[in-house]
Design a protein around this ligand. Structure first.
Ligand code: B12
Ligand code: SF4
Length: 430
């Protein structure tokens, strides 16, 4: 089949994120023998014109649209991106009547709400590599019930099929980096320097109360073939001179052996590159940090969210302040810069826990600190149950539009406090 794949994201806040998910999907469709054209809106001056000419020239049998962000997760200035996505779907509809299939990390947050809001035909919730080719087959016979993660309409109802996770490397083809302008992503500097993303595993076994990732990617880590993953970096470096990489794994340092093997693979290649990743301070020993430093890791996000033990427990982060201190010390000792992200306002947060968090992070002296107040409530999470039990959200609220949990004890005070906190602290941002 001829499939047009579209990456809608043109948000460059913090960074222009490389659309890795769509690159995986594109690689897989090609593997299954489909003809693919990719349209990436990130750097396009006039997406409407490009969409029009591509649909006219390519004449696809289906359009796959990848939605990365449905909102900006920012309570102080919430932006709901689905309104822009609706413009895109409407424009596709105006130009062609082939099926429009939606997927992507934003879509996964609220598949039914997104499908209804956008008036699209079909979607895939979860991983698209195996499911999209199956959905394309089902377009012929209408047997959507067989497609894992398919989101489809039956009479007036929207049905979501059970997800199935990719298990072996034979199902998990390499991302089609060549379908995208990797150089443009690499050279584009926003608040953070440009980089190209890679992924060595999916899933997360942690239980953070506000996070929907384990519901979508599964509660167990599934590792890719590390040699293949590193080979992708080698090829990007050799062919496109890509030097900065971002490992998007939810928790790079778990399982520990897999993280060490990834570093060893990189060291064996002796590349002149740098990379960064998101770590959970609970895991990691001296050997891991030494290997990370030797293999070119130059920045980690410590993902600590709070600097107060009670709040870490309430958020079920699974680590302690001592773990954070140790991770920061080992990072520093191995030439790795580190950033902390403080997410204020969770259950039990008070003015005292906020100020103690700030004092804790001050002592760590990170290279970057980001502050945010209010936790986006995602459907199906424990935070949703807490917010409902506390009457913080209306019974009929479906959480498609951004709704935030903010502890009443800091509601009036936190905005001004955060503004003051960043004034005299270098590298601190809201
Ligand atoms: C790494 C990451 C970042 C990094 C990005 C670094 C970089 N250079 O790219 C940083 C920290 C900078 C970041 C920033 C932000 N992020 Co972020 N990020 C992630 C994270 C952890 C991984 C994304 C990723 O690359 N995944 C790997 C790929 C392979 O997976 P995937 O994209 O989901 O693709 C699969 C499926 O979705 C599907 N699929 C994808 N496209 C398509 C298309 C079709 C047609 C089909 C059928 C299937 C399909 O198949 C793919 C392969 O299996 C996700 C959480 C998560 N676990 O998904 C959040 C996530 C994407 N981020 C999110 C958000 C909100 C943001 C920010 C807005 C936060 C902020 N307030 O600043 C910014 C926005 C940045 C921007 N300019 O757009 C949200 C988006 C949902 C939402 N609320 O709208 C997520 C889902 C986190 C969450 N649960 O809230 N992020
Ligand atoms: S460690 Fe990260 S991905 Fe895993 S549950 Fe917590 S916030 Fe989500």
């Amino acid at each position: 089949m001829k499939v047009l794949l579209i990456s809608e994201n043109s948000n460059t806040r913090l960074v222009a994120p490389f659309p890795l998910g769509l690159a995986f999907v594109s690689g897989s469709l090609r593997h299954f023998g489909h003809e693919v054209v990719v349209l990436d809106f990130m750097f396009l001056a006039d997406w409407k014109e490009r969409l029009r000419t591509t649909l006219r020239d390519f004449r696809p049998d289906a359009v796959g649209l990848s939605l990365r962000n449905i909102d900006n997760q920012d309570m102080s200035n919430p932006i709901f991106f689905l309104t822009n996505h609706l413009d895109i779907v409407s424009e596709i509809r105006r130009l062609t009547n082939v099926p429009v299939i939606i997927g992507g990390s934003g879509f996964n947050i609220h598949p039914v709400g997104c499908l209804r809001f956008l008036g699209a035909d079909l979607g895939i919730c979860g991983e698209g590599e195996a499911a999209l080719p199956m959905l394309l087959d089902a377009l012929q016979d209408g047997k959507f019930e067989k497609v894992p993660g398919a989101v489809w309409k039956k009479d007036d109802q929207i049905i979501i099929n059970d997800l199935r996770y990719l298990s072996g490397d034979e199902q998990w083809s390499s991302p089609a980096y060549g379908d995208f302008d990797v150089t443009a992503y690499h050279e584009f500097s926003s608040e953070l320097p440009g980089c190209i993303t890679v992924q060595s595993k999916r899933g997360c076994h942690m239980k953070c109360i506000y996070c929907s990732t384990p519901l979508l990617e599964g509660k167990h880590c599934r590792s890719r073939d590390l040699h293949r993953c590193v080979s992708e970096m080698v090829a990007l470096n050799a062919e496109k001179n890509i030097q900065r990489f971002y490992v998007v794994d939810n928790v790079f340092n778990f399982p520990l052996t897999q993280a060490k093997d990834f570093c060893r693979e990189l060291i064996a290649q002796d590349l002149k590159i740098s990379w960064q990743a998101i770590l959970n301070p609970a895991f990691g020993d001296e050997e891991l940090f030494a290997l990370m430093g030797r293999s070119g890791c130059r920045f980690i996000s410590l993902g600590n969210e709070s600097g107060h033990e009670l709040i870490l427990r309430n958020l079920r982060k699974g680590f302690t302040l001592n773990n954070v201190r140790k991770a920061a010390r080992l990072a520093r000792a191995n030439g790795i810069k580190y950033g902390c992200f403080l997410l204020f306002g969770g259950p039990g947060e008070t003015q005292e826990t906020v100020t103690q968090s700030i004092e804790f992070v001050d002592k760590l002296s990170p290279d970057l600190v980001m502050l945010k107040a209010g936790i986006r409530i995602y459907p199906g999470t424990q935070l949703e149950s807490i917010a409902r039990d506390e009457g913080m959200i209306e019974p009929d609220e479906d959480l498609l539009h951004p709704v935030f949990y903010l502890s009443p004890a800091i509601r009036e005070w936190i905005g001004g406090y955060m503004k003051d906190a960043v004034v005299n602290r270098r590298n601190w941002k809201i």
